[in-house]
Design a protein around this ligand. Structure first.
Ligand SMILES: CC(C)(COP(=O)(O)OP(=O)(O)OC[C@H]1O[C@@H](n2cnc3c(N)ncnc32)[C@H](O)[C@@H]1OP(=O)(O)O)[C@@H](O)C(=O)NCCC(=O)NCCS
Length: 331
């Protein structure tokens, strides 16, 4: 019998209706549309405004979209992984609530957190369950309500982040399609440069910390930018070399959407033409765990069975990596 690989067989996505444009940000902080567009490529982002709705709302909507499109029976799903950096609550996984709400009553579930690399790492984990031969349907959801941890008085962060959710279904494949190789890394040096310091176990939140916005995201953008540019390009090159792929073999670059200049730098490093670079940062900004599956949703109709996709991501921690996946279906 041929080897079992883990293929993506369905995708779904969801973004909230509320649109926060660059123009609206001009009234909130000292910035302008021209600066944001040229420095990041972002024009607008979506924000989940409704009180009491958290990341699970985005995750459930994305998963329901996948279920509706694919016709899969939720009772057949065996594992639900929610990749997120903004769980609904502490001590209660977002995944368990999400799985129950979508009717995946026969599944076990867990959250996976690796900042903006959460979904990429989740692809690695989800595929291992499939490759083991023990599981046949693993639902991987990436969702983040970033607006819950952003200070909308800080122009260094509020222009970048948005909210959203995306989902993919992994199933066994014996035609050699699906996940081929991965190159994943992390370096704890990064946490000084991108973090929400208060509200975790090291520094539980205090009224003083909240007053100073220290429970919200702080970012040294320049340092994060430099590390993202170097490392995302480096792992993309490594995964191509290791799999003896030339740039002509690459159908699509599916890169984390944090800054268009970081994505362009990765594409330039592997000398990939612009038409093969998936891009939706202009509409959504950085949606953390949702960016990769939202790209797949936006480009699903263009993807063909056998296409070689190179995923690349970089995030807080630092965490980063690249995955080589062969697309498994025509839509
Ligand atoms: C945040 C980021 C867009 C800032 O862009 P940058 O080119 O590095 O800009 P700098 O921080 O060097 O700032 C350049 C100038 O623009 C100003 N500036 C910063 N944010 C601004 C804003 N929103 N609007 C207008 N001006 C701004 C700075 O104060 C600085 O002014 P100065 O030269 O007078 O000091 C960029 O660093 C970035 O994208 N970093 C990585 C983000 C990322 O990937 N984060 C998530 C990891 S997954």
């Amino acid at each position: 019998m041929s080897k079992i690989s883990a293929a993506i067989t369905a995708v779904g996505g969801y973004v909230p209706e509320y649109v926060l444009t660059n123009k609206m940000l001009e009234d909130m902080v000292d910035t302008n549309d021209e600066w944001i567009t040229t420095r990041t490529g972002i024009k607008e982002r979506r924000i989940l405004k409704e009180e009491g709705k958290g990341t699970s709302y985005l995750a459930i909507k994305a998963a329901q979209n996948l279920i509706d499109k694919s016709g899969i029976d939720p009772l057949e799903i065996e594992l639900v992984i929610v990749a997120t950096a903004t769980p609904d609550m502490k001590a209660a996984p977002t995944s368990a609530y999400t799985a129950t709400q979508i009717g995946a009553k026969n599944a076990f579930s867990f959250d996976l957190e690796a900042a903006c690399s959460s979904f990429l790492y989740g692809m690695s984990v989800a595929s291992k369950y499939i490759e083991s031969g023990k599981y046949k349907k693993v639902l991987l959801i990436g969702a983040d309500k970033n607006s819950s941890m952003i200070n909308y008085e800080d122009r260094a962060t509020c222009i970048i982040f948005g909210d959203g959710g995306g989902a993919v279904l992994f199933e066994p494949n014996q035609e050699g399609l699906g996940l081929q190789d991965e190159f994943l890394r992390s370096d704890g040096i990064g946490r000084d440069f991108l973090q929400a310091k208060y509200g975790g176990s090291s520094y539980p939140s205090t009224p003083e910390a909240i007053k100073n916005h220290e429970h919200q995201v702080f970012q040294d953008g320049k340092t994060v930018f430099k590390n993202a540019v170097f490392n995302m390009a480096d792992v993309a090159v490594k995964i191509l070399e290791r799999n003896k792929l030339t740039v002509n073999d690459v159908s699509w670059l599916v890169a984390h959407q944090a800054n268009k200049r970081i994505i362009d730098a990765t594409a330039n490093r592997i000398e990939l033409e612009e038409e093969k670079v998936m891009m939706n940062i202009q509409k959504y900004g950085n949606t953390t765990s949702a960016t990769l599956p939202l790209l797949l949703c936006d480009y699903e109709s263009k993807l063909k069975k056998g296409d070689n996709l190179i995923f690349a991501a970089f995030g807080g921690g630092f965490t980063w990596g690249s995955i080589y996946l062969k697309w498994a279906y025509n839509s």
